[in-house]
Design a protein around this ligand. Sequence first.
Ligand SMILES: [Fe+2]
Length: 284
Amino acid sequence: MIQNFDDDARPVMVIGGPYSNLRATVAAKAEAERLGIPAERVICTGDVVAYCCEPDETSRLIAEWGCHVIQGNCEQQIAAGAEDCACNFEDGSACATLAKGWYPYAAAHTSDEMRRWMGQLPDTFRFTMGGLSYRVVHGAVSGVSDWVFGSDKELIRQECALDSADVIIAGHCGVPFITRSGRQTWFNAGVVGMPANDGTPDVWYGLITPTVHGAVLSTHRLGYDHHGAAAALRRSGHANGYARTLITGLWPSLDVLPQREREQTGRRLRAARLALKSPSAMAA
Ligand SMILES: [Fe+2]
Protein backbone atom coordinates (compact mmCIF):
# COMPACT_ATOMS: atom_id res chain seq x y z
CA MET A 1 0.00 0.00 0.00
CA ILE A 2 1.20 3.50 -0.82
CA GLN A 3 0.30 6.11 1.79
CA ASN A 4 -0.62 9.59 0.61
CA PHE A 5 0.48 12.46 2.83
CA ASP A 6 -1.12 15.25 0.80
CA ASP A 7 -4.02 15.61 3.24
CA ASP A 8 -1.94 17.87 5.50
CA ALA A 9 0.56 20.70 4.95
CA ARG A 10 2.61 19.80 8.03
CA PRO A 11 6.08 18.26 7.59
CA VAL A 12 6.80 14.56 7.78
CA MET A 13 9.41 13.75 10.43
CA VAL A 14 11.95 10.97 9.87
CA ILE A 15 13.76 9.40 12.80
CA GLY A 16 16.46 6.75 12.50
CA GLY A 17 17.85 4.31 15.06
CA PRO A 18 16.48 4.98 18.54
CA TYR A 19 18.98 2.27 19.64
CA SER A 20 17.41 1.58 23.09
CA ASN A 21 18.20 5.19 24.06
CA LEU A 22 15.01 6.03 25.94
CA ARG A 23 15.94 9.62 26.83
CA ALA A 24 16.81 10.49 23.24
CA THR A 25 13.59 8.90 21.98
CA VAL A 26 11.56 10.88 24.53
CA ALA A 27 13.31 14.02 23.23
CA ALA A 28 12.51 13.13 19.60
CA LYS A 29 8.83 12.63 20.48
CA ALA A 30 8.80 15.96 22.35
CA GLU A 31 10.38 17.59 19.30
CA ALA A 32 7.61 16.21 17.07
CA GLU A 33 5.04 17.61 19.49
CA ARG A 34 6.84 20.98 19.60
CA LEU A 35 6.70 21.09 15.79
CA GLY A 36 3.02 20.07 15.77
CA ILE A 37 3.73 16.86 13.84
CA PRO A 38 1.25 14.07 14.64
CA ALA A 39 2.31 10.43 14.99
CA GLU A 40 0.83 9.51 11.60
CA ARG A 41 3.36 11.87 9.96
CA VAL A 42 6.38 10.40 11.76
CA ILE A 43 8.42 7.59 10.20
CA CYS A 44 11.03 5.54 12.04
CA THR A 45 13.56 3.75 9.82
CA GLY A 46 14.20 0.92 12.31
CA ASP A 47 16.76 -0.28 14.87
CA VAL A 48 14.50 0.77 17.73
CA VAL A 49 16.78 -1.34 19.91
CA ALA A 50 20.58 -1.56 19.80
CA TYR A 51 23.52 -0.12 21.75
CA CYS A 52 21.91 1.53 24.80
CA CYS A 53 20.30 0.01 27.87
CA GLU A 54 16.50 0.41 27.67
CA PRO A 55 15.38 -1.73 24.74
CA ASP A 56 11.97 -2.71 26.06
CA GLU A 57 11.09 0.79 27.33
CA THR A 58 12.20 2.38 24.05
CA SER A 59 10.24 -0.14 21.95
CA ARG A 60 7.16 0.43 24.07
CA LEU A 61 7.45 4.21 23.71
CA ILE A 62 7.71 3.95 19.90
CA ALA A 63 4.86 1.43 19.72
CA GLU A 64 2.60 3.56 21.92
CA TRP A 65 3.53 6.72 20.00
CA GLY A 66 1.90 5.04 16.98
CA CYS A 67 4.27 6.37 14.29
CA HIS A 68 5.14 4.40 11.15
CA VAL A 69 8.03 2.01 11.83
CA ILE A 70 9.88 -0.35 9.53
CA GLN A 71 12.07 -3.21 10.71
CA GLY A 72 15.80 -2.63 11.02
CA ASN A 73 18.21 -5.53 11.13
CA CYS A 74 17.91 -5.44 14.95
CA GLU A 75 14.12 -5.92 14.93
CA GLN A 76 14.43 -8.71 12.36
CA GLN A 77 17.10 -10.52 14.33
CA ILE A 78 15.50 -10.13 17.77
CA ALA A 79 12.05 -11.12 16.47
CA ALA A 80 13.62 -14.22 14.91
CA GLY A 81 15.49 -15.13 18.11
CA ALA A 82 18.81 -14.84 16.24
CA GLU A 83 22.15 -14.78 18.02
CA ASP A 84 23.65 -11.66 16.44
CA CYS A 85 22.67 -8.31 14.95
CA ALA A 86 23.48 -9.20 11.31
CA CYS A 87 25.15 -5.80 10.91
CA ASN A 88 27.61 -7.09 8.30
CA PHE A 89 30.56 -6.23 10.55
CA GLU A 90 33.80 -7.88 9.51
CA ASP A 91 34.86 -10.85 11.67
CA GLY A 92 37.30 -9.72 14.34
CA SER A 93 36.55 -6.00 13.82
CA ALA A 94 35.97 -3.71 16.79
CA CYS A 95 32.30 -3.32 15.77
CA ALA A 96 31.86 -7.10 15.77
CA THR A 97 33.43 -7.31 19.25
CA LEU A 98 31.24 -4.49 20.57
CA ALA A 99 28.14 -6.16 19.10
CA LYS A 100 28.88 -9.27 21.21
CA GLY A 101 28.15 -7.02 24.20
CA TRP A 102 25.13 -4.96 23.21
CA TYR A 103 23.18 -7.42 21.06
CA PRO A 104 22.71 -10.17 23.70
CA TYR A 105 21.77 -7.46 26.22
CA ALA A 106 19.13 -6.02 23.84
CA ALA A 107 17.76 -9.47 23.06
CA ALA A 108 17.61 -10.48 26.75
CA HIS A 109 15.89 -7.23 27.79
CA THR A 110 13.18 -7.21 25.13
CA SER A 111 9.89 -8.65 26.32
CA ASP A 112 7.95 -11.25 24.33
CA GLU A 113 5.27 -8.63 23.71
CA MET A 114 7.76 -6.22 22.10
CA ARG A 115 9.44 -9.08 20.23
CA ARG A 116 6.06 -9.89 18.65
CA TRP A 117 5.56 -6.19 17.85
CA MET A 118 8.95 -6.15 16.07
CA GLY A 119 8.06 -9.29 14.14
CA GLN A 120 4.91 -7.82 12.63
CA LEU A 121 6.50 -4.57 11.44
CA PRO A 122 6.85 -4.10 7.65
CA ASP A 123 10.33 -4.05 6.12
CA THR A 124 9.60 -1.08 3.87
CA PHE A 125 7.16 1.79 3.50
CA ARG A 126 6.10 3.87 0.51
CA PHE A 127 4.35 7.21 0.39
CA THR A 128 3.65 10.14 -1.88
CA MET A 129 3.52 13.83 -1.05
CA GLY A 130 3.62 16.97 -3.19
CA GLY A 131 3.88 15.01 -6.44
CA LEU A 132 7.01 13.14 -5.26
CA SER A 133 7.24 9.42 -4.47
CA TYR A 134 9.19 8.10 -1.47
CA ARG A 135 10.48 4.65 -0.48
CA VAL A 136 11.67 4.01 3.08
CA VAL A 137 14.26 1.27 3.69
CA HIS A 138 16.48 0.50 6.66
CA GLY A 139 19.99 0.07 5.22
CA ALA A 140 19.75 -0.07 1.46
CA VAL A 141 17.26 -1.09 -1.22
CA SER A 142 19.28 -4.25 -1.86
CA GLY A 143 19.69 -5.31 1.78
CA VAL A 144 18.54 -4.36 5.26
CA SER A 145 22.09 -4.38 6.68
CA ASP A 146 23.97 -2.80 3.78
CA TRP A 147 25.94 0.35 4.57
CA VAL A 148 25.25 3.38 2.40
CA PHE A 149 27.27 6.48 3.27
CA GLY A 150 27.03 9.85 1.54
CA SER A 151 30.54 9.70 0.04
CA ASP A 152 29.85 6.50 -1.92
CA LYS A 153 28.20 8.05 -4.97
CA GLU A 154 28.56 4.93 -7.12
CA LEU A 155 26.82 2.73 -4.54
CA ILE A 156 24.04 5.33 -4.19
CA ARG A 157 23.64 5.37 -7.98
CA GLN A 158 23.35 1.57 -8.01
CA GLU A 159 20.90 1.51 -5.11
CA CYS A 160 18.71 4.25 -6.64
CA ALA A 161 18.59 2.29 -9.91
CA LEU A 162 16.82 -0.53 -8.03
CA ASP A 163 13.76 1.59 -7.28
CA SER A 164 11.68 4.12 -9.20
CA ALA A 165 10.94 6.35 -6.17
CA ASP A 166 12.01 10.00 -6.43
CA VAL A 167 13.41 9.87 -2.90
CA ILE A 168 14.92 6.88 -1.07
CA ILE A 169 14.88 7.33 2.71
CA ALA A 170 17.28 5.14 4.70
CA GLY A 171 18.78 4.80 8.17
CA HIS A 172 21.28 2.25 9.58
CA CYS A 173 24.57 4.07 8.86
CA GLY A 174 24.24 6.63 11.68
CA VAL A 175 25.38 9.73 9.76
CA PRO A 176 22.81 12.14 8.29
CA PHE A 177 23.16 13.26 4.66
CA ILE A 178 21.14 14.25 1.61
CA THR A 179 22.54 13.62 -1.85
CA ARG A 180 21.24 13.71 -5.42
CA SER A 181 21.76 10.87 -7.88
CA GLY A 182 20.41 11.82 -11.30
CA ARG A 183 16.68 12.52 -10.94
CA GLN A 184 16.62 10.72 -7.57
CA THR A 185 17.64 11.70 -4.05
CA TRP A 186 19.01 9.64 -1.16
CA PHE A 187 17.96 10.96 2.24
CA ASN A 188 19.47 9.62 5.45
CA ALA A 189 18.02 11.44 8.46
CA GLY A 190 20.75 10.17 10.82
CA VAL A 191 19.88 8.46 14.09
CA VAL A 192 18.28 9.48 17.35
CA GLY A 193 20.04 6.97 19.59
CA MET A 194 23.75 7.86 19.06
CA PRO A 195 25.65 11.01 18.10
CA ALA A 196 26.93 11.24 14.53
CA ASN A 197 30.69 10.91 15.33
CA ASP A 198 31.04 14.69 14.93
CA GLY A 199 32.42 15.39 18.40
CA THR A 200 29.10 16.66 19.78
CA PRO A 201 26.58 14.68 21.86
CA ASP A 202 23.67 15.84 19.70
CA VAL A 203 21.59 13.36 17.72
CA TRP A 204 19.76 13.91 14.41
CA TYR A 205 16.37 13.69 12.72
CA GLY A 206 14.97 14.73 9.35
CA LEU A 207 12.02 16.69 8.03
CA ILE A 208 10.23 16.60 4.69
CA THR A 209 8.29 19.82 4.35
CA PRO A 210 5.77 20.00 1.52
CA THR A 211 6.00 23.06 -0.77
CA VAL A 212 3.97 24.37 -3.72
CA HIS A 213 6.34 22.65 -6.19
CA GLY A 214 7.46 19.57 -4.23
CA ALA A 215 9.24 19.38 -0.87
CA VAL A 216 12.22 20.53 1.15
CA LEU A 217 14.33 17.80 2.78
CA SER A 218 16.33 18.84 5.82
CA THR A 219 18.42 17.38 8.65
CA HIS A 220 18.33 18.73 12.20
CA ARG A 221 20.38 18.27 15.35
CA LEU A 222 18.67 17.50 18.62
CA GLY A 223 20.06 17.96 22.11
CA TYR A 224 18.75 15.75 24.93
CA ASP A 225 19.73 14.46 28.39
CA HIS A 226 22.84 12.66 27.13
CA HIS A 227 24.47 12.68 30.59
CA GLY A 228 21.44 10.80 31.96
CA ALA A 229 21.56 8.34 29.04
CA ALA A 230 25.30 7.71 29.55
CA ALA A 231 24.87 7.26 33.33
CA ALA A 232 22.04 4.75 32.78
CA LEU A 233 24.17 2.86 30.26
CA ARG A 234 27.10 2.71 32.70
CA ARG A 235 24.79 1.50 35.49
CA SER A 236 23.51 -1.27 33.24
CA GLY A 237 27.05 -2.67 33.14
CA HIS A 238 27.33 -3.10 29.40
CA ALA A 239 28.52 -1.13 26.36
CA ASN A 240 30.64 1.39 28.26
CA GLY A 241 32.38 2.27 25.00
CA TYR A 242 29.04 3.57 23.78
CA ALA A 243 28.41 5.33 27.12
CA ARG A 244 31.53 7.38 26.39
CA THR A 245 30.26 8.04 22.88
CA LEU A 246 27.04 9.53 24.24
CA ILE A 247 29.18 12.17 26.00
CA THR A 248 32.05 12.74 23.56
CA GLY A 249 30.13 12.34 20.32
CA LEU A 250 32.91 10.09 19.00
CA TRP A 251 32.20 6.51 17.93
CA PRO A 252 34.16 3.72 19.68
CA SER A 253 35.02 2.21 16.30
CA LEU A 254 35.31 3.63 12.77
CA ASP A 255 35.38 0.19 11.11
CA VAL A 256 32.34 0.69 8.90
CA LEU A 257 33.17 4.24 7.78
CA PRO A 258 34.52 5.06 4.32
CA GLN A 259 37.60 7.32 4.18
CA ARG A 260 35.73 10.60 3.76
CA GLU A 261 33.43 9.94 6.73
CA ARG A 262 36.47 8.90 8.81
CA GLU A 263 38.06 12.24 8.05
CA GLN A 264 34.92 13.93 9.38
CA THR A 265 35.48 12.38 12.83
CA GLY A 266 35.20 15.04 15.52
CA ARG A 267 34.21 17.78 13.07
CA ARG A 268 30.88 19.40 13.78
CA LEU A 269 28.35 18.42 11.12
CA ARG A 270 26.30 21.06 9.39
CA ALA A 271 22.57 20.62 8.93
CA ALA A 272 21.63 19.90 5.30
CA ARG A 273 18.73 21.22 3.27
CA LEU A 274 17.62 20.41 -0.27
CA ALA A 275 14.57 21.75 -2.15
CA LEU A 276 13.07 19.25 -4.60
CA LYS A 277 10.67 19.90 -7.45
CA SER A 278 8.15 17.23 -8.34
CA PRO A 279 8.41 15.72 -11.87
CA SER A 280 5.19 17.51 -12.87
CA ALA A 281 6.49 20.87 -11.58
CA MET A 282 9.74 20.25 -13.51
CA ALA A 283 7.80 19.49 -16.68
CA ALA A 284 5.78 22.68 -16.28
FE1 LIG B 1 20.76 -1.18 11.37
